[in-house]
Write a protein that binds this ligand. Structure first.
Ligand code: NDP
Length: 308
């Protein structure tokens, strides 16, 4: 059976940064890309907050650059999806599609997290053209415009507040008659003049044309009527799902499924298994923090292998 020294699962900024470091340290890394090569950044438009790109860059182009950089030093990138792992025995066993069946001395899990969407067809149609799940990434493009944020948790409160500093008006769409966010965040949102909180509202459809989003059709659950709002941007902040499914039986995770790492390191509770990027970070979730944690993971692997 094929045995890999350093297997990296995922293909976002964390995975590629880990690969660049691991390859340059002669650890012959192999990446298994996952279902969405390039990760979450490929669903956004321009990335303007990653240091080193003074003019900004599209998420897709940035991920292609990172991939090329990893390959330049000898990383082997394979398409495929890891579906099963056995971390009880060494070397570790990894299985997946199509036909993945291999062993690894070390594994870096960089599978990311998936933003939750409402699941409407219209929302899917306008992804990257007005529909976004990341205000920090895309908010800048809505300077002086009207936008909506869906969700009532801390993320939604934080994103609405952030967008209020850029946009003319922010609608905060909340399905219940209260916000789940912490008290301090709720107060901050309530005190912001250009945020209008729409409690007990749900979204029926995102409206738009060839240019992108132009509005949303909401349902006011209280009075049982539909209302239309005119907006240019529709932001989802209804939570993320960490992609830790195949590893959960072996690794410590929090209640949502984020992999726990030993603070300040990428080490999990299983020696030889490391995690970096959004799959272990529910707080920062930025490309640059993911890249930094990928670097740490490769350095941790190097030390681990040297000690074996
Ligand atoms: P949460 O799970 O806390 O909140 C999700 C929100 O989205 C809830 O208001 C929920 O509504 C709503 N929602 C979920 N599904 C739907 C749907 N289908 N339609 C409409 N609304 C929906 O996620 P967050 O990302 O906000 O936070 C995750 C964790 O991260 C939390 O522990 C949070 O405290 C933490 N966090 C902390 C921050 C900070 O301290 N600065 C910043 C951001 C996050 P409902 O309430 O009705 O279920």
């Amino acid at each position: 059976m094929e045995k890999i020294k350093c297997l990296i699962i995922g293909s976002g900024p964390a995975a590629y940064t880990a690969a660049i470091y691991a390859a340059r340290a002669n650890m012959n890394p192999v990446i298994i890309e996952g279902l969405q090569p390039g990760g979450q950044l490929t669903t956004t438009t321009d990335v303007e907050n990653f240091p080193g790109y003074p003019e900004g860059i599209t998420g897709t182009a940035m991920m292609e650059d990172l991939k090329k950089q990893a390959e330049r030093f000898g990383t082997e990138v394979r398409w495929g999806l890891v579906t099963e792992a056995d971390f009880n025995q060494k070397p570790f066993k990894i299985k997946g599609d199509p036909g993945i069946d291999l062993e690894a001395d070390t594994v870096i899990i960089a599978t990311g997290a998936t933003a939750k969407y409402l699941g409407m067809e219209s929302e899917e149609n306008f992804k990257g053209r007005g529909v976004s799940a990341c205000a920090t990434c895309d908010g800048f493009f809505y300077k002086g415009k009207d936008v909506a944020v869906v969700g009532g948790g801390d993320s939604a409160a934080e994103e609405a507040h952030y967008l209020a500093g850029l946009a003319k008006k922010v609608y905060l769409i909340i399905r219940k008659d209260y916000m789940r966010a912490s008290k301090v965040m709720v107060e901050r949102v309530e005190k912001t003049e250009n945020i209008e909180i729409l409690y007990r509202h749900t979204t029926k459809e995102v409206l738009g044309d060839d240019m992108g989003v132009t509005g949303a059709l909401l349902h006011n659950e209280e009075i049982g009527e539909d209302v239309k709002i005119d907006i240019d941007g529709f932001f989802l902040a209804i939570g993320h799902t960490p992609n830790s499914g195949p590893f959960k039986d072996y690794l410590d995770t929090d209640e949502v499924g984020y992999i726990k790492t030993i603070p300040g390191t990428s080490k999990t509770n299983v020696p030889g298994i490391f995690a970096c990027g959004d799959v272990q970070d529910s707080i920062y979730r930025q490309a640059i923090t993911a890249a930094g944690s990928g670097c740490k993971a490769a350095l941790d692997v190097e030390k681990y292998l040297a000690a074996q």
